[in-house]
Design a binder for this molecule. Structure first.
Ligand SMILES: NC(=O)c1ccc[n+]([C@@H]2O[C@H](COP(=O)([O-])OP(=O)(O)OC[C@H]3O[C@@H](n4cnc5c(N)ncnc54)[C@H](OP(=O)(O)O)[C@@H]3O)[C@@H](O)[C@H]2O)c1
Length: 262
């Protein structure tokens, strides 16, 4: 059976670009794109129409466990396995801007950010791991030694600002906390899922500062050469994904393949 890749949070930005890249460069892989409102995801619908037969769009709000469970059941009955999952969805904050100081913090804003950015990808793992364990290791590097082989890959999209060691500026409480905790989920998953016969590689990837809606309020602070296109960023991240193996699991990498400290 052909490879199966699932991109969670595919309506726009990097998630949409991952779908486009996979369709163009990983034929004949089947692509499952999930988003919370397929009817409003015009670019995704257009892509799906262009690649009819290779792309499936499923409704999935990552903050709703029922949606995740239903999507996993649907993927199980249609494909029986997944080889790669990319959790791309996230928000900076429900207000669209990170908190600049403590007085901007609200309990509900922080809880919503954590629900989408951290709890969602963890619950995705809960329901999709059995399908990843049925995977055939179609993505990443397949080492010759049997005990090093993996069946699937989980990519959690993180951000450099989620690194505790790298934090010299402060601010953005909710987003930083959500990505630091997501990195802990990545590490925990890599340990639990790196055991046994069907191993799963789990990494956090930072895409650089990319020209999307998420970073738009801050574009004027970024020099032109530091603001990446989605095409460039996804090409760099796919280069990393193509070389992943069990020895690289449980770490965070930036777009240029450098490891990011926790
Ligand atoms: N852009 C950057 O500079 C940058 C830098 C560092 C890290 N990142 C990370 O890269 C990833 C992709 O970011 P991006 O720049 O592509 O962001 P984006 O353009 O703002 O897209 C965010 C995506 O997340 C989806 N989403 C939000 N809440 C959701 C929910 N509850 N359920 C399902 N989907 C939901 C959105 O769907 P709707 O269309 O339904 O809203 C949208 O598809 C994120 O994890 C982000 O933290 C980005």
């Amino acid at each position: 059976m052909a490879a199966v890749a699932l991109v969670q949070g595919a309506s726009r930005g990097l998630g949409l670009e991952f779908c486009r890249y996979l369709l163009l460069n990983k034929s004949p892989a089947a692509i499952i794109a999930t988003c919370r409102n397929p009817d409003a995801a015009q670019h995704l619908s257009a892509l799906s129409a262009q690649h009819a037969g290779r792309m499936t769009v499923l409704k999935l709000d990552v903050s709703r466990e029922d949606d995740i469970k239903r999507a996993a059941e649907s993927v199980k009955s249609a494909f029986g396995k997944v080889d790669l999952i990319i959790n791309s969805s996230a928000m900076l904050h429900p207000s669209g801007k990170g908190e600049t100081s403590l007085r901007d913090v609200s309990a509900q804003g922080t809880i919503s950010t954590l629900a989408t950015n951290t709890v969602g990808p963890l619950v995705m793992a809960k329901y999709f791991v059995p399908l990843l364990q049925n995977g055939t290791g179609a993505f990443g590097q397949q080492p010759l030694k049997k005990e090093k082989q993996h069946s699937g890959i989980i990519v959690n999209m993180t951000a450099r600002v989620g690194s505790i060691g790298d934090n010299a500026l402060g601010g953005w409480y909710s987003y930083r906390m959500s990505k630091a905790a997501l990195n802990m989920a990545t590490r925990n998953l890599s340990i639990e899922l790196g055991r046994g016969r069907s191993k799963i590689v789990c990494v956090s990837l930072h895409p650089g500062t990319v020209n999307t809606d998420l970073s738009r309020p801050y574009h004027r602070n970024v020099t032109k050469d530091k603001l990446f296109s989605t095409e460039y960023s996804v090409q760099c991240l796919m280069n990393i994904i193509d070389t992943l193996n069990i020895d690289k699991s449980g770490k965070a990498y930036a777009w240029d393949s450098s490891e990011i400290p926790w």
